[in-house]
Design a protein around this ligand. Structure first.
Ligand code: ATP
Length: 296
């Protein structure tokens, strides 16, 4: 195959709890992950065989992103090309739609898409489990990004249990004009001092019962304790979402993207238009929990 095209979907965390910091520095988490209809377009093109080694070129529409081995898409391709001794030149083109450094796993999702794409292009025959076990060496969220959909994520993110699709609703996403480093948030989190933990089990029961309101009232993210303190705009956006009709609203991942869940498309559109017209949001989207297009 000379060309493959994969959609790399962004995610939100309907619940994000940190159980403890492990001795090795990683955080043990319990999270409910949910794909959204916002995705990067990832294309891989085979350029020709080489006598020795491999060559990976990265092209992207965002000039500030790395196009060398620091790009997670490069790391994914290099990992498989090294292991399977693939001597050739490929070009990976990434059209970014997922906000960057936003808590939506954009880089991890591109990485997962390239693992899947290289597997397909070269007929490597790796199963989803094979790809996940390789992916986790590049990032804790990558096994989930390979799988997508709705899932409980535990351990450092590598223990995944699929859940039924989230109850139908409309999701408005708003990223303010700040970038947040995931490392900064986890470094400053005091996991042993958390006084609140989201009701992850209650949320799983609500999702299993297709109970939108039971799910929405249990949205919760312990990383807000760090990011909101540093950037009060996050709380302002959450409050605005609720004023404009969201059933509930929290920050996704390590932030700063905030999302609101709506039971009514007109209210969701109203919030979307208002946030888009505001001067404090860099990117605003309206979507749903499917793997489909942005469609409202
Ligand atoms: P997460 O939700 O997993 O914490 P994030 O949304 O906070 O992710 P990303 O958008 O994945 O953050 O990217 C964070 C940093 O990773 C960027 O600042 C960028 O320099 C680097 N990076 C490397 N590869 C990519 C990629 N393919 N897309 C986006 N960022 C990338």
């Amino acid at each position: 195959m000379r060309y493959v095209k994969v959609r790399a979907h962004g995610k939100i965390n309907l619940a994000l709890d940190v159980i403890r910091k492990r001795e090795d520095g990683y955080h043990e988490v319990r999270m409910i992950m949910q794909s959204v209809g916002i995705y990067d377009r990832v294309e891989i093109q085979f350029m020709g065989k080489l006598n020795t080694g491999y060559k990976i070129d990265i092209e992207t529409n965002l000039k500030f992103l790395p196009v060398n081995e620091n790009n997670l898409a490069y790391k994914a391709a290099a990992l498989l090309m090294e292991e399977f001794n693939l001597k050739c030149h490929i070009v990976i083109r990434i059209k970014k739609m997922i906000p960057v450094a936003a808590g939506m796993a954009g880089g991890s999702s591109d990485c997962a898409a390239v693992l899947k794409g290289i597997n397909k292009m070269f007929g490597l025959g790796l199963s989803e489990e094979d790809l996940k076990s390789r992916g986790v060496s590049l990032g804790a969220d990558i096994p989930y990004c390979i799988m997508g959909g709705t899932a409980l994520s535990e351990g450092i993110g590598e223990i995944l249990t699929p859940l039924p699709p989230m109850p139908e609703c409309y999701i408005v996403l708003a990223k303010p004009y700040i970038n947040v480093s995931t490392r900064f948030v986890y470094t400053n989190l005091r996991a042993d001092e958390l006084t609140y933990h989201p009701d992850v089990d209650g949320m799983i029961a609500a999702i299993n019962n297709n109970d939108f309101y039971g799910m929405a009232k249990r949205l919760g993210n312990v990383l807000e304790t760090v990011t909101e303190k540093e950037y009060p705009i996050i709380n302002d956006i959450k409050e605005n979402m609720i004023k404009m009709g969201a059933v509930n609203s929290i920050m996704s991942g390590s932030g700063p993207t905030v999302f609101g869940l709506f039971d009514d498309v007109e209210r969701a559109k109203y919030a979307y238009e208002n946030l888009k017209a505001s001067d404090y949001c860099r990117q605003v989207y309206i979507t749903d929990g499917g793997n489909g297009d942005e469609r409202y």
